[in-house]
Write a protein that binds this ligand. Sequence first.
Ligand code: NDP
Length: 333
Amino acid sequence: MVTIYGDKDADLSLLKDRRVGTIGYGNQGRAQALNMRDSGIHVTVGNMNDNYREQAIADGFDVVAFAEASRICDVLLILIPDEVQPGVFETEIAPNLEAGNVLCFASGYNVHYQLIGPGEDIDVIMVAPRMIGKAVRDLYTDGHGYPCLVGVEHDASGKALEIALGIAKAIGATRLGAFASSFREETLIDLFAEQMLWPGINKLATVYFEKLVENGCDPDIVATELHMSGEFLEIAKAMITEGFFKQLKLHSHTSQYGQLSRADGMYTPDLAKHVDDVIEEIASGAFAREWTKEQENGLPELEKLWKKALAHPISQAEERLDELRKAVARAHL
Ligand code: NDP
């Protein structure tokens, strides 16, 4: 049974007498910095000299360069994209760290795959919201919480978990719950969702579209059935309010029978083998090595994959259905 920490388990005072800084002011950086400030923590923003910097200044923060933030702050939240973290860490952050500093990551990736390795005298912790940055801020200002995962990779001070929980409270996550986890677990659940769950849904959805069009159905009607109607949003909501399986009771009996009787058959031995390969590549670090190489090569494969995705007839149907899209967005979002 997982341990879930709430507001009562977390103490902000561990942060109040320290200098807290963010490295980055993007999706998570801005939301977390604003939430921490509203929780009474003094926050310095570390950013490069560009648009995000202007935004941070407009929001009333002291903004300094990454290296300066690393020098003057005791607790650093690393909130720049995962793929740029190792380079920034090596050149800007590591040379300015001191014994007793705390590095807090919002994802397990770089530490788990040893792309970043802070020294023995540094606390290395994770506070990973299960929420996009905009919602991290909106939920906080509306008085709600959201789940996050907390983990400790290295506890130099003996207080690493308490500091992680203090941060989780300051950003508003413990209002709902901070789950005790680890860098490895966060990396696996994140990458496996990205490489098995979402591509599985993505592939089945495109096959659904292609087969029905091949069978004479109108692509705009199929796209509307697939996602443009907004029905899937209502189903996703019902998965939360009713339950993952129990929401099936909101569907017709024919639908219930079709869904429950056909699900297992989808998981063919070939698919099972593919799924095993995907998790193995994640767990062994093979995917991380492939991704690092792709970045070093200038992302040629990613560019090809994007071109292919955007050329799919689903995207063309969406363009034709733009008016419907706006009406659905007004009704459901
Ligand atoms: P963003 O893409 O929003 O980060 C933008 C910030 O990174 C800006 O401050 C930007 O500064 C800086 N930045 C971008 N490129 C570079 C570069 N090449 N060198 C230096 N700085 C750069 O990141 P996210 O907020 O999405 O992600 C931050 C962390 O949060 C990641 O670890 C991610 O895994 C994690 N996370 C993200 C979630 C999300 O929903 N987005 C959810 C949970 C965790 P500049 O002004 O210079 O462009």
